[in-house]
Design a binder for this molecule. Structure first.
Ligand code: SAH
Length: 401
C-alpha cells in the first residue's frame, strides 16, 4: 500500500505541536475522532496522521488505547515496507558498531530499543547468533515476519535465528494470538558473552528477553569496586552482578531473589564462569525479609536492583515509598565504608524523584553518604532526544560511612 492510500487520522486543532517536534506518540485525545472497525481501520494498521489543516505529518501504527498511533516516520513519502525495516535495522546496527558492539568480549546487546531506534513498539536483543524480538504494539506483531527476514538478512549482524517473544508484552493478546516461538532458524545454544564473562540466557522461560543487557556497564563498574568486599546482590535474577563481583575479586558474594528459578539460573551462571568453585551463596527469599533479618555490618557492598515498582504513573506514590523503605534498610545495615549500588528501572519515576527517595532513606539512617556515580542505561539503549520517556534506568553509587 502506498502512503497515499492509507487511511487518514486527523488531529484536533493545536494538537500538532508535539508531533512537529518529532515526539512519536499520538494520544487518542489528540484525534478528532477515534476510529472504529466500522471505519475499516483495525488495530495494528498503518495510518497516515494529518494535521487539522490537512497537512500530512507522517505514518504510524494504529492501536486502541491511550497511545493511538506510534509514529514510524515523519516523512510522508516514506513507505513502510520490507525496505523500511531493512533500512531502520541497518541504522540500528551502525549505531551499535559505532559504540563497539558486538565485540570479541560481548555478543549480548540490544539492537533495537523502540523509540530510541525510531521503531516504536519494537525491542530486539541479540545473543550471539540469536535475536529475541519483542513486540509492544499490534503493528509490530503483524510486521514480525518482515522484521525476522530483515534481521536474518542484515549484513554483518551474524543473526541466524529469531525467537519471537511477545505473549506478555502485547495488549489485547487474545485477539492477536501471539505465540512465543522461533520465526526464523531454531535453537542454537543458550550462552552469550558480556565483558568476557559467559551467561546462560533463557529466552524461552526467562523474564523479558532472558537477560538484562541494560546493566552491562554498571556491572563492569561494580566489578572494578568489588575487590576484597563482601557483596550482597539483591534481586539477582540471572546473577549478572554476582558473577562480575566474583570476577572482580570479592571476598564473598551472596545472591538473593524471591524466585527459586532465578536462584537456579544464578547458581548455573556462577558455575559456568567458576567451574573450580567460588565464594558464593544464594537464597530464594523475599528481599525485604532478608534485609530485615540479616546481621548489621555483614556486607560492605550492597546492590539493589528491584523490578519496576511503578509500572504506571498511578502507582508512583507507592513506588517511591517502596524505594525509600528498601534503601533505608540497606543504609541501616551496610558496613562503614560500604558502597551501595541502588537502581530504579521504573519509567514513571524520574531521576529526581528517585534521588529524593534515596536521600530521605539516607537521612533516616543519619549516616554520612556521598554520591560516587550517577548511572543510567548503556548506549545500546539510546534515548531519542524527542522522546525523553525512553530514559528509564536510574542508578546511584553511594559511599556510606
Ligand atoms: N539485577 C538483575 C535484574 C533484576 S530483575 C540483573 O542484573 O539481571 C528483578 C528481580 O527481582 C527478578 O528476578 C524478581 O524475581 C526479583 N524479585 C521481585 N520481587 C522480589 C522480592 N520482593 N524479593 C526478592 N526478589 C524479588
Amino acid at each position: 500500500m502506498t502512503n497515499g492510500t492509507l487511511p487518514q487520522l486527523r488531529l484536533r486543532k493545536g494538537k500538532e505541536e508535539s508531533l512537529d517536534r518529532f515526539h512519536p506518540w499520538v494520544f487518542s485525545g489528540a484525534l478528532t475522532r477515534m476510529p472504529s472497525e466500522a471505519d475499516g481501520i483495525e488495530e495494528g494498521d498503518l495510518v497516515s496522521v494529518v494535521a487539522s489543516d490537512g497537512r500530512v505529518i507522517g505514518t504510524g501504527h494504529f492501536q486502541i488505547g491511550s497511545i493511538a498511533v506510534r509514529m514510524l516516520t515523519f516523512d510522508a513519502s516514506e513507505a513502510i515496507d520490507a525496505d523500511f525495516y531493512r533500512r531502520r535495522l541497518a541504522q540500528a546496527l551502525s549505531l551499535r558498531r559505532a559504540i563497539g558492539l558486538p565485540s570479541p568480549d560481548t555478543d549480548a546487546y540490544r539492537l533495537v530499543h523502540g523509540e530510541g531506534d525510531f521503531l516504536p513498539g519494537l525491542v530486539v536483543d541479540v545473543y550471539g547468533p540469536t535475536a529475541v524480538v519483542q513486540a509492544h504494539s499490534p503493528g509490530m506483531h503483524y510486521a514480525r515476519k518482515t522484521i525476522a527476514d530483515a534481521l536474518v538478512g542484515l549484513p554483518g549482524a551474524g543473526i541466524d535465528n529469531v525467537y519471537y517473544k511477545s505473549e506478555t508484552t502485547l495488549p489485547f493478546k487474545a485477539r492477536l494470538d501471539p505465540r512465543n516461538d522461533y520465526i526464523a532458524g531454531a535453537y542454537a545454544g543458550d550462552t552469550a558473552s558480556e565483558n568476557g564473562l559467559v551467561f546462560h540466557v533463557d529466552w524461552l522461560k526467562g523474564q523479558k528477553t532472558g537477560f538484562f543487557v541494560d546493566q552491562r556497564e554498571n556491572r563492569q563498574l561494580l566489578r572494578s569496586l568489588s575487590h576484597g568486599r563482601r557483596v550482597l546482590n539483591m534481586f539477582c535474577y540471572t546473577g549478572g552482578f554476582s558473577v562480575y563481583a566474583l570476577s572482580g575479586g570479592a571476598e564473598e558474594v551472596v545472591s538473593v531473589d524471591s524466585s527459586a528459578k532465578a536462584i537456579t539460573l544464578t547458581d548455573a551462571n556462577v558455575a559456568l564462569n567458576f567451574p573450580e568453585g567460588a565464594p558464593h551463596r544464594s537464597y530464594a527469599e523475599d528481599a525485604f525479609k532478608f534485609l530485615d533479618t540479616m546481621e548489621k555490618d555483614a556486607y560492605d557492598l550492597i546492590l539493589l536492583d528491584p523490578p519496576a515498582f511503578a509500572k504506571h504513573r498511578s502507582a508512583l506514590h507507592n513506588a517511591l515509598q517502596g524505594y525509600r523503605r528498601l534503601n533505608a534498610r540497606a543504609f541501616e545495615k551496610i558496613a562503614p565504608g560500604g558502597i551501595l549500588f541502588t537502581f530504579s528501572c521504573s519509567q514513571a519515576v524520574t531521576r529526581e524523584q528517585f534521588r529524593l527517595a534515596v536521600f530521605s532513606a539516607a537521612a533516616a539512617s543519619r549516616r554520612r553518604v556521598r554520591i560516587l556515580h550517577q548511572l543510567t542505561q548503556p548506549a545500546d539503549h539510546p534515548v531519542n532526544i524527542y522522546h525523553p520517556e525512553g530514559e528509564y534506568l536510574k542508578g546511584l553509587v553511594l559511599y556510606v560511612e
